[in-house]
Design a protein. Structure first.
Length: 462
């Protein structure tokens, strides 16, 4: 258990809510929106000044909505669809079909998404507290009653009947003494990446010079010549919603504990250094990039994994690759295992393994319920999975779906006055199904009603 030093002091109570969501990333926002739509009193605390987590800090593409392959199936629906519909209403999203890798991506404008999260949270009646960081939990008579947040205005307690840990790093669980595995404890932790965005890339000139193959060749040449010691000779670049702007995922920072602020500080600096090394290389060596500059770095270095809570069920590699279905599935996933790591020689290596059969598996309710939990759920990348399974089930299509499931589960537990472990999962599944979630084979909803997202931009993908 946490030493609870802060909670023991006199700290004012800011509010008392039915459901408190910690962390406003893709999982936390969907959890809060789902619970708020059901009419309960929901609060959300987020340490930064806007919502979205990695969806707005680091990235611009939702993966996991579709399976990879020649005939992509849509395996995600419900609240995540609503998010994409909102982006679509202002022309801030397009589909990026891809038969390999993580499959068809839903590429969006991350700046617009910050505003979309505000609007959807507001519509669902969620009390949103930005610039508020969870630093401890409140316990009374050995029971978890809420959290302590640190803000510029001082420390506050927020009391809550139910809590959802969507902090990515399982901060609430950490302070509450809930057990977890830390990335790197058993398997090597996935590498971290500072993504960056460049403007004024001449796409015509780039394509005429050979596009993706040319870029790969130039990267290899640059490393072999010793002129640019790029950490990755592969990586991906693609056009953003903002025309002429290119998003790049290439930086690689290894062996960092994302929960140690000193290590994370060094990783941030290294990520920025590598980003500008790539800028120099691209401008000098790659046709089309001569006039390009970085216009944005990830707000926070991209952390693929940190703490993974031990839940009532732990998703495994065999579950994923074997396409296992569960009677208590709360969402589906078809994303391959995509494990970013470096090999013994220090070279970049991404290990891919695809889901067998029809390419889909189910994610059971127990993965969002910490072992024996009464009032706490986890959603998003701190859910209960082994390293390998996490490397498949961490795309935002799934983190948003897990969030929706956790939001409804918290409401059901309140309404029926039962612990998290005793929620009637079939009732939960009915709620999810009615709100558009996709839970079963055959995937009837696949591609239905989503033609409006089919605004494919001319491809610029490597
Ligand atoms: C480099 C990289 C590339 C990726 N590429 C893709 C991709 O292209 N497409 C895709 O679908 N997925 C991708 N992923 C995976 C995906 O982005 C994540 O798994 C997903 O965004 C996790 O969502 P989350 O809501 O669980 O966590 P996060 O997005 O990390 O959100 C957690 C939130 O909690 C807040 N928070 C943390 N601690 C506290 C605290 N103590 N108090 C208050 N607030 C707190 C954070 O500020 C953050 O807003 C990528 C991941 C990385 C790192």
């Amino acid at each position: 258990m946490s030493c609870n030093v802060l909670a023991k002091q006199h700290i004012p109570v800011l509010d008392e809510v039915d459901v408190l969501v910690v962390g406003g990333g893709s999982a936390g926002c969907c959890a809060a929106i789902a619970a708020g739509e059901m009419g309960v009193n929901v609060g959300l605390v987020e340490r930064y000044g806007y919502a979205g987590g990695a969806s707005t800090q680091v990235l611009d593409t939702f993966y996991g909505f579709f399976t990879p392959g020649e005939q992509p199936m849509k395996v995600v629906g419900g609240v995540p669809d609503m998010v994409v519909d909102e982006l679509d209403a202002t022309g801030d999203v397009f589909l990026r079909p891809n038969t390999y890798g993580a499959g068809t991506g839903v590429t969006y404008n991350p700046e617009r998404l910050k505003y979309v999260w505000d609007r959807l949270l507001g519509k669902a009646g969620v009390k949103t507290w930005f610039h508020a960081m969870l630093v401890d939990v409140v316990e009374e008579s050995d029971e978890l009653r809420g959290v302590v947040i640190w803000t510029k205005s001082g420390f506050y307690k927020i009391k809550a009947k139910r809590m959802i840990d969507a902090s990515g790093d399982a901060d609430l669980c950490h302070h509450a003494g809930i057990e977890y595995e830390k990335a790197g404890d058993v398997d090597p932790a996935q590498t971290m990446t500072t993504t960056f965005r460049m403007s004024h890339v001449d796409l015509g000139r780039y394509a005429d010079a050979g596009g993706k193959k040319m870029l790969m060749d130039k990267m290899a040449e640059a490393v072999e010549s010793g002129k640019y010691m790029l950490p990755r000779k592969k990586g991906s670049v693609h056009e953003m919603v903002q025309k002429g702007c290119i998003a790049t995922v290439a930086v690689r920072v290894s062996d960092v504990d994302a929960t140690d602020f000193r290590a994370l500080s060094e990783a941030e600096k290294e990520g920025r250094k590598q980003s500008f090394l790539y800028e120099d290389f691209l401008r000098e060596c790659v046709p089309g990039y001569e006039g390009a500059k970085i216009v944005g770095l990830a707000h926070h270095i991209g952390v693929r994994e940190s703490r993974r809570v031990y839940g009532e069920y732990r998703l495994t590699r065999d579950d994923c690759l074997g396409g296992r279905m569960f009677e208590d599935a709360i969402c589906l996933c078809g994303a391959p295992i995509e494990d970013h790591r470096q090999n013994a020689a220090g070279e970049d290596e991404t290990a891919w393994a695809y889901v067998e059969g029809d390419g889909v598996y189910g994610v059971p309710y127990g993965t969002i319920v910490p072992r024996g939990s009464q009032t706490v759920w986890v959603a998003g990348r701190c859910f209960s999975a082994t390293h390998d399974a996490h490397a498949s089930c961490r795309s935002m299509g799934q983190t948003m779906s897990l969030g929706q499931g956790a939001g409804y589960a918290a409401v059901l537990s309140l309404v029926h006055d039962v612990d998290a472990i005793n929620v009637d999962v079939q009732e939960l599944r009915r709620m999810l199904y009615c709100r558009g979630a996709i839970l079963e084979r055959p995937i009837e909803q696949a591609l239905v009603g989503r033609d409006e997202w089919q605004m494919n931009r001319s491809e610029f993908v490597v």
